[in-house]
Design a protein around this ligand. Structure first.
Ligand code: HEC
Ligand code: HEC
Length: 331
């Protein structure tokens, strides 16, 4: 008996040491990312324009890196906050911690080299080497064409500096703080396909991270079929929004939409007749996290290419219940 206990004791000790080493490795040695490249991006007007388009219409950097007015439908950017960061992602929205987007204007980034910015955008690693929480879809930006990342950097350098106070440091719950360290990877740039080429729609859809929200996830892990929806967003008032199925399934997805209808659905958020709707949270009004107004400024060519790409994906059955209103008073 004593012998068995001794053996069990030693085994337990070994297990504890192995787990301890693994946690130390993950905590200290990861992310295993190279030093930032020695890079100097030349600021040409073409780059700034391309970067403006990518950062505002496709990758929608400026959507997260400005403060949004959640009391208006689709949460447009609050005046005077453009590029200044400070948008909070926290546990009330089921994030595993508390994260603030950061100021991307020269006020904050003047001390960053272009190499550090390139690495932050494509690998999700800060100037000091710590990894970001992937609320920022850097695993998608990882595949952006090098020239596109250079354009985004040129655009950020061209922004009007916006002075802000430092935001609280991000707090990440255990064990996500360790898991997160395994996410960053060295940039893996694709060649930029030309509009009309095979692969162009996939490129734009990846840059716009459509599949990230339109795939069901649990605790940051994809558990559903791509584009089949079901990812739940919990609002602080108890309402639940779920991303719809946008696979080409005729009844449950968008298989019955033609390209014109698809493009029109985006444009309807920015055309001249659009009146921003106020959201009454107490009444349980429908609100969305999809940044319609930003995507709506994509070109017809790019929205059309995304449509062609999505409509060529496998159709997946399963209608998603898009909205569960908050529990009423007394329930
Ligand atoms: C869905 C929201 C979201 C999108 C889209 C997004 N970001 Fe971020 N970004 C964040 C958050 C949140 C952080 C802070 C992460 C953390 O602290 O773990 C961050 C951090 C950063 C940082 C680090 C800044 C610092 O001071 O540490 C840079 C640089 C950055 N983002 C640039 C970009 C660029 C460029 C794009 C578009 C190509 C982009 N982001 C798109 C949410 C987003
Ligand atoms: C931040 C998460 C998020 C991102 C990113 C996102 N969506 Fe959505 N999308 C949603 C949610 C949630 C809804 C349902 C609420 C609504 O209609 O606004 C939705 C609705 C839609 C609808 C309407 C479907 C229907 O049945 O009415 C389409 C089409 C769509 N998204 C396509 C896209 C495309 C294309 C992209 C990439 C360019 C994209 N989405 C990116 C969250 C997202």
């Amino acid at each position: 008996m004593k012998k068995i206990l001794k053996v069990l004791g030693i085994l337990l000790l070994v297990v504890v040491i192995v787990i301890g080493c693994a946690a130390t490795y993950v905590g200290v040695a990861l992310p295993d990312i190279d030093a930032p490249a020695d890079l100097k991006v030349e600021l040409t007007p073409e780059r700034v324009e391309r970067g403006r388009y990518l950062a505002n219409s496709v990758c929608v950097c400026m959507d997260c890196h400005s403060q949004r007015d959640w009391n208006v439908f689709a949460a447009p950017i609050k005046q005077g906050t453009f590029g200044g960061g400070g948008e909070k992602f926290d546990r009330t929205m089921q994030f595993p911690g508390e994260f603030y987007s950061k100021n991307l204007t020269p006020f904050a980034l003047a001390g960053w080299t272009d190499g550090e910015l390139y690495r932050a955008i494509t690998s999700g690693v800060s100037k000091d080497g710590h990894p970001f929480f992937p609320v920022m879809p850097y695993p998608n930006y990882n595949k952006l064409a090098t020239e596109d990342v250079h354009s985004i950097i040129a655009y950020l350098r061209s922004l009007a500096p916006l002075e802000t106070q430092p935001y609280p440091a991000s707090v990440i719950d255990f064990p996500v703080n360790l898991i997160m360290r395994t996410v960053p990877e060295p940039a893996n740039p694709m060649a930029l396909p030309k509009p009309g080429d095979a692969g162009y729609g996939a490129y734009v859809a990846n840059a716009a991270s459509c599949v990230e929200c339109h795939t069901n996830q649990e605790k940051g892990k994809k558990i559903g079929e791509p584009f089949a929806g079901g990812f739940a967003f919990n609002f602080p008032n108890g309402a639940v929004l779920r991303s719809p199925n946008i696979t080409p399934h005729p009844a449950d997805g968008i298989g019955a939409w033609d390209k014109a209808a698809f493009i029109k659905r985006f444009r309807s958020c920015v055309d001249s007749s659009y009146v921003p709707q106020a959201i009454d949270w107490a009444k349980g009004d429908f609100q969305t996290v999809m940044p319609w107004q930003m995507y709506a400024t994509m070109t017809d060519e790019d929205l059309g290419a995304i449509y062609d790409y999505i409509i060529a994906q496998p159709a997946v059955a399963g209608k998603v219940e898009k909205w569960t209103p908050p529990p009423g008073p007394g329930s």
